[in-house]
Design a protein around this ligand. Structure first.
Ligand SMILES: [Zn+2]
Length: 370
């Protein structure tokens, strides 16, 4: 399988994040992608290639120009305003309650703040999204990785994998959040449906609900969004991801959320996956964008599912068995020692190759980029 990877992600060098006010070592770190790259390089069945530049237009097809400007300008702007923190993180977020009773016309007439911390709140969802000097370049490269992976599939590959970092599925049209700046999967899906004129399905198997992807395609019929994720009653992003969210207008029925309980094991997960795949099978179209996360793994420090490495191969196999072309893009997954083996298992499954467990030692021991 052809794999697209860019070392530009290394510059998104985040050291800490904030969880409910506490500063902790960051989970979304460069080592994640390096572990996966190493495991795939060691497997002769994968070839790794660089992305090609696609420019800003495919990003603007999905995102508000203001968000794109914010990501590009934020670090420089913060420094110019003598904000010298290791990460740029907002401390004020404009919750919709701040504007209760005020008209949309009034709100649209408000000028955007030029304060860097204020802008981080305006264009952001949460404090788990530290922005550093190299974030803009890494986020742009992750989009190029996604679009190059889509190009490979448009060019005839049955399946290709884009090792995107930072991830993307929490980023909405006008909002970064949850380690995500640009929605790589949504940008790829938009490019695919424009290139082919066909409907595209997004299968999101990250542990978290992809609130950004859902929001972007909420009223769209041409992009089906199917997500298996932790019930938002107990997990981030808390306010979206429930089963009764089916889309609106033309998009009504083109959004399928399958929230899952704590402790979900291989068997329960495969049953949920079959439900999601059945919905995709009923929808015309040739391409599936897979938002692939491994925070569903039993030892993930953020998640609470109980999946094993072996089941990822079966997940890949069942997804590929639909007979559609797969644009597989990396999202989350934070148990670093297992990331390489889990990605390799899923991708080998998608190619119909047997499960071949990696030795317990030998990978990931020197994978740290930090
Ligand atoms: Zn996740």
């Amino acid at each position: 399988m052809r794999v697209v990877y860019s070392p530009a992600h290394l510059a998104h060098d985040v050291a800490t994040e904030t969880v409910m006010g506490a500063v902790i070592p960051a989970n979304e770190v460069a080592e994640r992608a390096e572990r996966i790259r190493e495991a795939l390089e060691a497997d002769r069945g994968f070839t790794i290639e660089a992305p090609t530049e696609h420019g800003v237009d495919p990003i603007l097809a999905v995102h508000d120009p203001g968000l794109v400007r914010f990501v590009e300008e934020a670090w420089r702007e913060a420094r110019a305003q003598s904000i010298h923190r290791p990460n740029l993180v907002a401390d004020t977020y404009p919750t919709f309650r701040m504007f209760e009773g005020m008209s949309a016309e009034f709100l649209a007439s408000r000028p955007e703040t030029r304060n860097a911390a204020g802008r981080a709140g305006w264009w952001g969802l949460d404090t788990a999204n530290p922005l550093v000097a190299g974030t803009a370049g890494a986020a742009r490269a992750a989009v190029d990785v996604a679009l190059t992976t889509a190009d490979l599939v448009l060019g005839g590959e049955r399946a290709a994998y884009g090792l995107c970092r930072p991830p993307g599925h929490h980023a909405a049209r006008s909002m970064a959040g949850g380690y995500c700046f640009f929605n790589n999967a949504a940008i790829a899906a938009e490019a695919l449906t424009r290139a082919t004129g066909e409907r595209v399905a997004i299968l999101d198997v990250d542990y978290h609900h992809g609130n950004g992807t859902q929001q972007i395609f909420w009223r769209r019929r041409d992009v089906l969004y199917v997500s298996l994720h932790a019930d938002p009653e107990r997990q981030y992003p808390f306010f979206l991801g429930r089963a009764d969210e089916i889309g609106e207008g033309e998009g009504s029925g083109a959004n399928l959320n399958i929230p899952l309980s704590a402790g979900t094991d291989d068997e329960a997960y495969l049953a949920a996956l079959d439900r999601g795949l059945a919905a995709i099978a009923e929808t015309p179209g040739e391409a599936i964008v897979v938002s692939l996360g491994f925070d569903t793994y039993g030892h993930d420090p953020i998640g609470d599912f109980a999946l094993t490495t072996a089941v990822y191969r079966e997940c890949g196999r069942r997804t590929a068995a639909l007979g559609r072309r797969l644009v597989i893009l990396q999202e989350g997954g934070y148990h670093r020692p297992s990331l390489g083996a889990n990605a390799r298992a899923w991708l080998r499954g998608a190619e119909g190759r047997p499960h071949d467990p990696l030795p317990a030692a030998g990978f990931g021991t020197n994978g740290s980029a930090r």
